[in-house]
Design a protein around this ligand. Structure first.
Ligand code: FAD
Ligand code: SF4
Length: 333
């Protein structure tokens, strides 16, 4: 492991001052949240910053629910958030996605801000024995395209990177129209979660819409009728402690009689960012919960999907996951 200095600032402003260029991976100073991802990357020499700025004691950890919605401090842990009674009852999609993530030990340590900015699990990114990885080393190529790509994206990829965004939480949050609150030395701003993670394009090493030095300070989710009737379906290679092969986050507002008034649908495990599906949502609006109608709507998720060989199966699997998650949210599974 490359030696580094650990800074423990007294307050957020000092932390922001210490940090030069958050959101990029070509810099020598980085933030540290709970460290559950960062420490792995340091151990494997994937990251080698000169300095880490710990946000542990300076970020807001409060979780507050009001009639307008939910606000979660960026320093709250995944475990605290999942266990919060208002999250569990009013925003079950968030609690379900968190509880399907990692392990209790990781969830006790990992922060909500760090979760959104965790790095991809692409094995070529995480193993420095592979020289070609544009995300780790810009301009070096992509070993996954033409290599083993079972875990990779079928939506949102470019010729420079097809890595999947790994966060379960982000998939639930994008379905619920969440907002990410960020702060830098020049002030605070809010970014829709749908816009927060970037498509890889030709710069896959720049992953988030963060300006130099900005930190994630909070996440907010608006109150909405879809929030309470939701299901997070995670398909994975083993029952726990595993990332998604495919996941589907669904939230529904049902009319009397069971027809869908409004649906929110997002996918994980298949996109280079958390993948919202407005066309599927539009097709579900007004539909009943019969399997044929759901299947027709889910088929729209495949528009624009591109398999790379080993991951071709995801295109069918993600449609089935949507159908199952809608049925579960609608109470007919
Ligand atoms: C064994 C294992 C299994 C896992 N399984 C899953 C899973 O199934 N699903 C899932 O979603 N996740 C999974 N994870 C990932 C886990 O959720 C993340 O490691 C964790 O959420 C990261 O949070 P952290 O606070 O520890 O971040 P850190 O590791 O401290 O930081 C992660 C990144 O975010 C940056 N960062 C941290 N906080 C901030 C902030 N507030 N503002 C700006 N930048 C910041 C850091 O610089 C770093 O680049 C797993 C992790 C492990 C180790
Ligand atoms: S998919 Fe992205 S992260 Fe994986 S090897 Fe290619 S460039 Fe690197």
């Amino acid at each position: 492991m490359h030696p580094f200095a650990l800074e423990r600032p007294r307050d957020l402003r000092s932390a922001l001052a210490l940090r030069a260029q958050a959101g990029r991976n070509d810099i020598a100073t980085e933030y540290l949240g709970g460290g559950t991802d960062m420490v792995q990357l340091l151990q494997e020499n994937v990251r080698s910053p000169e300095r880490l700025v710990s946000l542990g004691s300076v970020l807001d950890k409060r979780i507050e629910a009001s009639p307008q919605g939910l606000r979660i401090g960026g320093g709250a842990t995944m475990a605290e958030t999942a266990a919060h009674p208002e999250v569990a009852t009013r925003f079950p999609l968030i609690a379900q996605a968190l509880l399907a993530s990692a392990s209790p030990q990781v969830r006790n340590q990992a922060t909500m801000g760090g979760n959104l900015l965790q790095r991809t699990r692409c094995p070529y990114f995480r193993d420095t024995g592979y020289s070609a990885c544009n995300k780790r080393k810009p301009g070096s190529g992509c070993a996954a395209i033409g290599g083993e790509n079972r875990w990779h994206a079928v939506l949102g990829g470019s010729e420079h990177c097809i890595a999947v965004h790994p966060s379960d939480l982000a998939v639930a949050l994008v379905a619920l129209d969440a907002t990410v609150h960020v702060q830098g030395l020049s002030g605070e701003r809010a970014v829709a979660l749908a816009d927060f993670h970037r498509l890889p394009g030709s710069t896959p090493h720049i992953e988030a819409e963060l300006r130099p030095g900005e930190a994630v300070t909070a996440i907010s989710v608006p109150e909405h009728p879809v929030n309470r009737r939701a299901h997070y379906l995670k398909v994975r290679d083993r029952a726990s402690f595993e990332f998604a092969v495919v996941s589907a986050a669904v939230a529904l507002d049902l009319q009397d009689g069971g027809r869908i008034r409004e649906a929110r649908v997002a996918l994980g495990g298949v996109g280079t960012k958390p993948w919202r599906l407005p066309k599927v949502e539009a097709a579900l609006a007004g539909a009943g919960l019969q399997r044929d109608a759901l299947r027709r709507a889910a088929a729209l998720a495949a528009q624009g999907a591109q398999g790379r060989g080993h991951n071709d199966f995801k295109i069918e699997l993600m449609q089935r996951a949507i159908v199952r998650a809608v049925e579960a949210a609608g109470g007919v599974a």
